[in-house]
Design a protein around this ligand. Structure first.
Ligand SMILES: Nc1ncnc2c1ncn2[C@@H]1O[C@H](COP(=O)(O)OP(=O)(O)OP(=O)(O)O)[C@@H](O)[C@H]1O
Ligand SMILES: [Mg+2]
Length: 241
């Protein structure tokens, strides 16, 4: 089943009456890298979690594919800012991604090896995964997700706390994953990164999507006042619109 376009309509999440998502409207086509920007507390991470089914919205609709049906069981993966690592080897942690697919162990490990080559971690395959650096763990997590050939990959600040060269490496991998045919929706606080990677930008504030614009236009002529202030570094913390 095709999972795009994804149409999100008036999606709300109100735990204990608090408006965390205050009516999200968003359309995602089947190609490219979409970057989500917005101040702390805007609801970016909660939106990603809702899209991958980890958060149950209070109301609203999420319609997948031309059939406009429910989220497919497979094909949507998320990589967190601090990826989870089992106390086991790098290879085992990557091969784990294929567990639900019922492949024999040999096959899982062969594919995991190939993926480790692609993210530049093949020489660390036998090392303990929790001992990897932050940047290496992020690459491991990308490899683990990529291995399953997701249709949609959700990335929540994958380069937060990485040094410039580790960030550049993650950006390279994200581009390759896209070239391989995966749709990417990624949160970042790094405006330079958003310019480099994003085909389009979703700007969120106070639980809403304020605008969704092609990247060049977003930075040259943001449509919303909130985005204009944000780009200038002047958006007050958790500004309510
Ligand atoms: N279950 C919950 N109950 C109450 N408040 C919640 C819950 N989940 C999230 N929130 C609140 O919703 C707001 C948005 O959270 P979210 O993590 O999505 O922000 P964000 O845009 O990702 O911010 P940051 O840039 O800091 O990562 C926060 O104020 C958070 O505390
Ligand atoms: Mg967040």
């Amino acid at each position: 089943m095709a999972i795009f376009p994804l149409r999100i309509r008036d999606l709300r999440y109100q735990p204990n009456g608090r408006e965390v998502l205050a009516g999200i409207d968003l359309d995602l086509g089947d190609e490219g890298i979409t970057l989500i920007l917005g101040p702390n507390g805007a609801g970016k991470s909660v939106l990603l979690r809702a899209i991958c089914g980890l958060v149950q919205p209070s109301s609203g609709r999420m319609l997948w594919g031309v059939e406009q049906g429910a989220r497919p069981e497979r094909g949507v993966m998320m990589v967190f800012q601090k990826p989870m690592m089992l106390r086991a080897s790098v290879l085992h942690n990557v091969a784990l991604g294929l567990k639900p697919f019922g492949l024999p162990r040999r096959e899982r490990e062969a594919r995991a090896w190939a993926m480790l080559e692609r993210v530049g971690l093949a020489d660390r395959a036998g090392d303990s995964a929790p001992r990897l650096s932050g940047g290496e763990q992020q690459r491991l997590a990308l490899a683990r997700a990529w291995l399953t050939r997701p249709r949609l990959l959700l990335l929540d600040e994958p380069t937060a706390s990485l040094d410039p060269s580790a960030s550049a490496e993650v950006e390279r991998i994200v581009r390759e994953i896209r070239t391989d045919g995966t749709r990417i929706l990624m949160v970042t606080h790094n405006l330079g990164q958003a310019m480099r990677l994003g085909d389009d930008i979703v700007f969120m504030s106070a639980g809403r999507v304020c605008e969704h614009t092609p990247t060049q236009r977003f930075f040259a002529r943001p449509q919303s006042e909130a985005a204009r202030l944000f780009i200038q570094g002047e958006l007050p913390w958790r500004m309510r619109l």
